[in-house]
Each structure stands twice: as C-alpha cells, then as structure tokens.
Design a protein around this ligand. Structure first.
Ligand SMILES: Cc1cc2nc3c(=O)[nH]c(=O)nc-3n(C[C@H](O)[C@H](O)[C@H](O)COP(=O)(O)OP(=O)(O)OC[C@H]3O[C@@H](n4cnc5c(N)ncnc54)[C@H](O)[C@@H]3O)c2cc1C
Length: 446
C-alpha cells in the first residue's frame, strides 16, 4: 500500500468571488470568459496556472488552427474567426488562405497551399490559419482588457481542489505564491483541458485511450529558425517517396519517437512536432517526455541540416508547456461517440458543427450538442474544451483548437444566460443560448 500522511484541517481565506469562474485559459477557457462577458455577465474570473493565456495554442506551440470550412462553406466562425482576423493585422502574425478561396479547386492555388498541412483537403482549399504564438499572447490579453474590467484574470494560480456543497460546486481552491486560498462562484467552468475541477468535484470520467489515436500522445514542440521552409516543402513534395521510405524513418530512429517538420506563420521558421505515447496526467510521463525531446533536439537539428532549406537551421525555443492532446473525458448528459462521426445526427441543442477531419471516416459536418459539457454528477459546473463528454474516437476527431474555442464560447454564453434567468446550467434555455451564439457570429445549422 502507498505511504500516506494526514493533512491538518485548515481555514482558507477567500481570495475573490465571481459570478462565473473559468479555470484554464486555453482556446476553451479564454473563449468562455470573453463570451460570458459579452453575453452580459458582470464579474468573470479567469484562472490560469501559467503566465500567459492561450493554453496549447500559445504555450504549447500548436500553431495550426485548422478546418474552419468544409468544401466551399465556412462552418466555424465566432471567437475563433476573431482570433484570426485580429492576427491578420500583424506583419507575419498569420498565414492563411483568403476567405474568398475557400473550396477553390484551382490547381495553382492548391499547389501553393499544399506545403501547409491543413490548408487543402478533399481536393479543395480549406480555411485554416497558422498563428504566431507570441503575438497571439498579446491579442488574447487585449481581448480580456477590452471587456472593461468585467473579466478579472489571475495567472500563476493552480486550481488544486473544488469547493463542494453536496453535489453543488461552489468554487475552487488555488495554490499560488500567496499560498492556498479559495475563489467562490455562482457557476464554475472547468476549462483545464484535463477535467481537473470535475475530477476534484467527484464527477465520473473516462481516461482510456488507444495508442493508435492522436490523443494518446504527448508532445514537446519546438521551433527552428534560419530555415527556408518553402524550399524544404518544395523539395519534400518532389521527393515524397524518398521522404516516406528514408527520411521519416531515419528521423524517428534517431530520436526514438515520432517527429515531424511543419510550416509556421513565417518562412524562416519551422515547427517541430513530436509524439510519444504517454499520459499527461502522470508526473513521470510529463517529465520524461520533455526531457527526452530536449536531450535529442540538437542531434536532430544536426541531422536535418542535410535537407534542402534546412542547411542553416538552429534551435529557436522550446514550448513552455508540454503538449497535451487528450486526457480525462467527463461523463456528461450526452456522450459524443463513433455513431456521431459516421452519421448525420441532428440535435435540438446544437452549439456548433465540426468539419470532417478525416474524409475517410466522415464526409459531413457533425453537430455538437450542449449536453456534452453538462456533467452527470455535479451542479453549477460546465466542463468545456477537450475534456467534453465523448468516447476516445469522437474526442480524437473533435477536440481541435477551433472545436474547443466553440465549446468554450457556448459554455460562457450558457453560464451568463443561466444566471440572468435564475436557471441552473443543466436547465439553460437552449433556444436563447443559440440566439446569443448567432449574435456572437457562431455558425449554427438552420
Ligand atoms: C503537439 C500538439 C499538436 C496539436 N496540433 C493541433 C493542430 O494542429 N490543430 C488543432 O486545432 N489542434 C491541435 N492540437 C490539439 C489542441 O491544441 C487542443 O486540443 C486544444 O488546445 C485544447 O484546448 P483546451 O482549451 O481544451 O485546453 P488547453 O489548450 O490544454 O488549455 C488548458 C488551459 O488550462 C490550464 N490549466 C490546466 N490545468 C490547470 C489547473 N489545474 N489550474 C489552472 N490552470 C490549469 C492550462 O495551463 C491551459 O492554459 C494539438 C495538440 C498538441 C499537444
């Protein structure tokens, strides 16, 4: 049996009180806070354990926001589109095909964009964007600032417990340089990505994975500078067979895990993405993942210098956050599963649609119902972002950045409406939720 110690009971100071408390500031949490404020919430607190907002997109160097369109139709807009529009204003902030080219089958355009993973799919142009992670940090801060004090961000605070009153979540415990304190709230939105608050609150969840799925992998991403990515991409597409048979395998064998070279928002930089089958809920796995990537990065860079366009590559920076693709998935009122990605199910409470990621498994947009964020086992709590109620296959298909931003936006609006109407988030007026989401530029099926 594991050794234990007992902790004495303590009285904790209340650090602050919120109408809506959002925990975690990734695409889901940031969107939840902004959407709640814009839907009329008076005091939203946004808690984040690191020193910046954006979760994986800024801190994890996940630069690609893919699949906002399907064939010639945009399916995701809302706050996610706003990120892209704001980033387009910066020189080198964003690389993305023009909205007018969505669905185009023009061979010249397809050739131009094919070196960017995610910009072409099913033989046509797909609306996606590569964003600069550092500039995005600034944009995300600005969006909070523009809410004129209705959102109070607290960074460098780890949520380490839930404050419970029976089944009701009343707030969270935070650990910070100021010690252990409480934040209370009328509604809590768990946007930790890992369902931390739901787990602290005793909610049931599933964390099983299959090694063949993307979500069972951890990453430690890094960036290279001094490259000519277009030269590299052109060489690679002219030598695809050689790339697949020789270089891909040699690179993997050299470092001992999956590794790939990807585009970024700049031609002189390159995004190195890695995959190792490890759990983002285990300290040892998190430690070993990042260390193993750092320990092999320099020999990897030496190796790729033989490739056209990579001759002068050098290490720019490692992502400050470990790349976490999937972990706990709460048990909610609706569980998105395989049947959802292989049929055209309609829902009364649809909050957004997901463009097919892999055309082989699904060739139509999938509707996501509000109920995937409502946990079965606790009140006053919504679980948004990648911990939404889903089986592993559906989670793998629908937990990308734009999906999590849409989940977050819906969670924020739902929490604001529930407080205005005096309803629980479980019983939120779905028609009103959909109306406000449309007003916030979210695309919903008619
Ligand atoms: C290497 C990699 C490549 C990927 N590639 C793509 C891609 O190309 N395109 C794409 O769309 N998606 C991609 N994804 C997936 C995508 O990044 C995530 O699914 C998405 O970011 C999830 O959003 P989220 O807001 O739910 O969680 P996260 O982005 O993980 O954000 C969670 C936030 O909560 C904070 N937090 C967590 N626990 C606590 C706590 N206890 N207390 C306080 N704060 C806490 C974290 O610090 C973080 O800021 C990739 C993921 C990885 C790791």
């Amino acid at each position: 049996m594991a050794k234990t110690i007992s902790e004495p009971e303590r009285i904790l100071p209340v650090f602050d009180e919120a109408d809506i408390l959002v925990v975690g500031s990734g695409p889901a949490g940031h969107s939840a806070a902004v959407a709640a404020s814009r839907a009329g919430a008076k005091k939203v607190i946004l808690v984040e354990r690191f020193n910046h907002l954006g979760g994986m997109v800024t801190g994890g160097f996940v630069m690609l926001i893919p699949h906002l369109s399907y064939k010639n139709k945009q399916v995701i807009a809302g706050l996610q589109q706003e990120w892209i529009d704001r980033m387009r204003k910066f020189e080198n902030g964003c690389v993305s095909p023009d909205a007018k080219d969505i669905g185009s089958t023009d061979p010249e355009l397809l050739k131009h964009w094919s070196s960017y993973f995610g910009f072409t799919q099913g033989g046509c142009i797909n609306l996606s964007a590569y964003l600069d992670p550092e500039m995005l940090k600034v944009v995300l801060d600005e969006m909070i600032e523009e809410e004129n004090g209705r959102i109070v961000p607290y960074m460098q605070c780890w949520a380490s417990g839930a404050i419970m009153d029976g089944r009701n979540v009343r707030g969270i415990i935070i650990e910070s340089k100021e010690g252990r304190k409480a934040i209370t709230a009328k509604v809590v939105i768990d946007a930790t990505g890992d369902g931390d608050i739901a787990a602290f609150a005793g909610c049931s969840y599933d964390d099983s994975t299959d090694p063949s799925l993307r979500i069972s992998n951890l990453a430690c991403c890094y960036r290279l500078a001094g490259v000519d990515f277009r030269k590299f991409a052109d060489w690679k597409s002219a030598n695809m067979e050689l790339w697949n048979k020789k270089y891909r395998n040699e690179m993997r064998d050299l470092v001992g895990y999956g590794i790939s070279l990807n585009a970024t928002n700049r031609n002189d930089q390159c995004w190195v993405n890695t995959t190792q089958i490890r759990s983002c809920m285990k300290v040892k796995d998190l430690t070993d993942n990042d260390r193993s990537v750092r320990l092999s990065a320099l020999k990897f860079i030496d190796y790729i210098k033989r490739l056209p366009g990579m001759e002068n590559a050098y290490l720019l920076d490692f992502a400050p956050q470990t790349g976490t693709r999937g972990s706990r998935r709460i048990k909610g009122e609706y569980t998105l599963d395989k049947k959802d990605i292989s049929s055209e199910l309609k829902h009364e409470d649809t909050i957004f649609t997901v463009a097919p990621f892999l055309y082989e498994t699904c060739d139509h947009p999938m509707e996501i119902p509000y109920r995937v964020m409502v946990p079965l086992d606790a009140e006053n709590l919504l679980v948004t972002g990648r911990a939404f109620s889903s089986d592993m296959v559906a989670n793998d298909a629908a937990n990308l950045v734009p999906h999590c931003a849409c989940l977050g936006q819906a969670a924020g609006v739902a929490a604001a409406i529930s407080l205005q109407d005096g309803n629980s988030v479980r019983k939120v007026d779905v028609k009103k939720l959909q109306k406000v989401l449309r007003e916030q530029n979210v695309y919903l099926p008619e």
